[in-house]
Design a protein around this ligand. Structure first.
Ligand SMILES: O=c1ccn([C@@H]2O[C@H](COP(=O)(O)OP(=O)(O)O[C@H]3O[C@H](CO)[C@@H](O)[C@H](O)[C@H]3O)[C@@H](O)[C@H]2O)c(=O)[nH]1
Ligand SMILES: [Mn+2]
Length: 705
């Protein structure tokens, strides 16, 4: 008798319960409507206010619009749960996955960080012969290469150790820094091996440390680096480790790539590096799935590929899962998030929220992509491609390497990957040098229609936007044990500079011809996803009862945002720190980002990807003592904020010296004007805001070095 046996799903999509959150949002909405209504009523019916009120109406409407964009995103949150155990039963042969790591500067990004990320990837719980790890080094550093060589030797001990004992955290610096991670197995054999492994890791660290302090003998394996200048050198591609034996104890392939760089040839930062990685890996292993991680984001959950595969293979319609994005989480986050950059509440509400729409944006690190989506395919287009011939059109798009086009064609037509079509990795090196050259992309579609997109320092967001515009959806997955963990920058200028790059990147997208608005009108970006991408005082007199509207709005808005923080286990202090940083970044990072984009549009200058300096790992050393300090340095990023502080402080000083009792609404724009007229007329509400700001800034100022 036939039973109607349906295999259990690989994942579930569960709409989140968020009644209280919705109530809070509605309260804020009510006050927003009241405020705008009051403003319109006063202007149109009572005919009062004039130009300042019109300006206020404009500002409040902008604020309201931004708020609606973000709230629309948070409204329909969903969660996804995956079942990796079912995967192995349902899918007998798991597909290969290529793992990409990017690093760009051996000083700002110390190689031991990259090494840890690579080790965590090599040790993932996935068939070893299905994984290949490619490291792109934009710094063209013999030290990075040397470190990876040493790491690959250590990996031969580390990977079997992790698998034998089911180690949970497979980045050694993290594993050895936290005693609690080693508990669970008290056998003497484990103790012995653990001790040996710790010593080996210490040796590896010392090796790398020593190497960083001496000059390299650039002969033998290092000869390629002899004449290489960082920004002027041919491609250097080296197969560090080629895995020829299948079985549990093997280590996945490890390949080092430093693409060609020439002074007059734009290299497009990380997006350029990712495209070279796509091509080189395309000719070596050509896996249908790609994982992308930054050098400072190690895999914290060894099952992460299995989780991602549950979504990528388990979706009924491929269209519903063009890519999978894991959250960016940070280890050893400072208490109360003093720099407002741990993104916990933001990701919890926005990423889960947008997951209920067309899907999360691409965060650049911790994302699994279908290779064919990166190659510019639209959903359902694979059927059209069928058995795609390597015709001229394909070469025009993908560049002139026949061998690469063959590999791309097999991906586009969805034909099965055949390992034996690539005899050995080393034998492909000469051909891969060609696809990693500067000139390879000339007159091709790379960066425009396929690959990671050029034109924004937030290439990840732009690439995700292009994918959504084609009609693909994406899935956000937050696993119980964080999938990836990274380090968030600390200090003053590093944080503001990172925000500035994101701001610049977002604004480049808004002003580009791939803007979300255009994508919604002419392509398949959904309207509310568009609002998500877009998201990125004048007060009544104090005697006027209408003052209650902005006051209520202020309170309800802040209560809601505070509730959001508390809801994800963050302290009120962390909320306050985030609000503080939001104020600081909007007048510095966002302002400079905006300026940079205007200058780019006017063709005065180009935008630059300023790499975030990564803190050294402190496994065997003590912790930093000045963590959480907002430090000032000579960076121009501080100019606008300090100007505003001085302006506010001057306002305060003048106000306290003034004897005038006539209080009128004054705002930041009219303030300098009034300063010149020497008529300081400041209302109590503005005084409150100014004082609060000055106090907040004063506190930071005291810590100035
Ligand atoms: O010319 C470059 C510049 C950067 N990178 C790499 O890009 C990654 C991200 O750089 P980082 O300075 O760490 O920036 P973050 O702000 O931490 O990165 C976030 O924001 C970037 C866009 O602004 C995205 O590229 C990242 O994936 C995303 O994690 C790092 O691995 C770098 O090595 C390169 O490979 N080549
Ligand atoms: Mn980073």
């Amino acid at each position: 008798m036939a039973t109607n046996h349906v295999a259990p799903p690989l994942f579930e999509r569960i709409p989140a319960k968020n009644t209280l959150h919705r109530v809070l949002i509605l309260v804020v909405l009510f006050f927003f409507i009241s405020l705008i209504g009051y403003r319109l009523f006063s202007l149109a019916v009572l005919r009062r206010g004039g130009l300042p009120w019109l300006l206020a109406l404009f500002c409040e409407s902008c604020f309201c619009f931004v708020w609606i964009c973000s709230t629309s995103t948070k409204w329909n949150a969903v969660d996804h749960i995956t079942f990796p155990d079912r995967l192995l039963h349902r899918v007998p042969e798991l597909p290969p996955v290529d793992l990409f790591v990017t690093t760009a500067d051996a000083v700002l990004e110390p190689p031991i960080i990259t090494v840890n990320t690579v080790l965590s990837l090599l040790a993932l719980d996935y068939p070893v012969e299905k994984l290949a790890c490619y490291v792109s080094d934009d710094g063209c550093s013999p030290l990075t290469f040397h470190s990876l060589l040493e790491a690959s030797k250590f990996a031969k001990l580390w990977v079997p150790f992790c698998k034998k004992y089911g180690v949970q955290v497979r980045a050694p610096f993290r594993y050895f820094s936290d005693q609690s991670l080693t508990s669970g197995d008290d056998s003497s054999q484990f103790r012995q091996e653990w001790q040996k492994m710790k010593e080996e890791y210490k040796l590896l660290c010392q090796q790398i440390q020593n190497a960083s302090q001496k000059r390299f003998d650039l002969t033998g394996e290092f000869a390629d680096f002899a004449d290489a200048e960082r920004k002027n050198h041919p491609s250097i591609i080296k197969v560090i480790w080629e895995n020829t034996e299948a079985g549990e104890d093997g280590v996945p392939h490890l390949v080092y790539i430093s693409r060609e760089k020439r002074p007059n040839c734009p290299h497009h930062y990380k997006a350029g590096a990712m495209n070279v990685l796509s091509r080189v890996s395309g000719m070596m292993t050509n896996a249908p799935f790609i994982l992308n991680v930054d050098c400072d984001m190690f895999a914290n959950n060894p099952q992460v590929v299995l989780h991602a595969m549950c979504l990528l293979l388990g979706s009924k319609n491929e269209r519903d899962c063009g890519f999978v994005q894991f959250p960016q989480k940070f280890y050893d986050g400072l208490k109360d998030d003093p720099f407002g950059n741990q993104l916990i509440a933001l990701q919890y509400f926005f990423s889960r929220g947008v997951a209920g729409l067309q899907g999360p944006l691409c965060g650049g690190t911790g994302s699994f992509h279908r290779r064919k989506v990166i190659y510019g395919l639209s959903p359902n287009e694979s059927q059209i491609y069928g058995k795609k011939l390597i015709d001229e059109k394909l070469q025009k798009q993908f560049g002139k390497s026949l061998r690469f086009c063959e590999a791309a064609a097999s991906i586009l037509s969805g034909s099965r990957y055949k390992a034996d079509s690539f005899p050995s990795l080393s034998s492909t090196i000469a051909a891969t040098i060609h696809v990693a050259s500067c000139s390879y992309e000339y007159n091709s579609s790379w960066g425009k229609e396929l690959g990671w997109m050029y034109g924004s320092t937030a290439e990840d967001v732009l690439t995700g936007l292009r994918i959504h515009s084609k009609g693909w959806r994406s899935i956000y997955l937050d696993t119980n044990s964080a999938a990836f963990l990274g380090s968030a920058p600390t200090g003053g200028s590093a944080v503001l500079t990172q925000y500035k790059r994101w701001a610049t990147g977002f604004m480049e997208i808004m002003f580009s011809n791939c803007s979300p608005l255009k994508a919604t009108l002419t392509e398949k970006l959904e309207f509310r996803s568009c609002l998500f991408y877009l998201n990125s005082s004048f007060l009544p007199k104090v005697e006027d009862p209408a003052i209650l509207i902005p006051v209520a709005l202020f309170i309800s808005y802040n209560v809601t945002s505070m509730w959001e923080f508390n809801h994800v286990g963050q302290s009120t202090r962390a909320w306050w720190n985030n609000e503080k940083m939001r104020k600081i970044t909007s007048t510095s990072s966002w302002f400079f980002g905006f300026l940079a984009v205007i200058l780019k549009l006017l063709r005065v200058s180009q935008t630059v990807f300023e790499i975030t300096p990564k803190d050294q790992l402190e496994v065997f050393e003590g912790k930093k003592t000045d963590a959480g300090r907002f430090t000032f340095d000579e960076s121009p990023i501080f100019i606008s904020d300090t100007t505003i502080v001085f302006l506010n402080l001057t306002a305060l000083a003048i106000f306290s010296l003034s004897t005038s009792t006539k209080w009128n609404a004054v705002d930041y724009i009219t303030f300098p004007d009034r300063l010149l007229q020497r008529v300081p007329e400041i209302p109590p509400v503005d005084m409150f805001v100014t004082t609060a700001e000055a106090v907040c800034w004063g506190k930071i100022g005291v810590r100035t070095e």
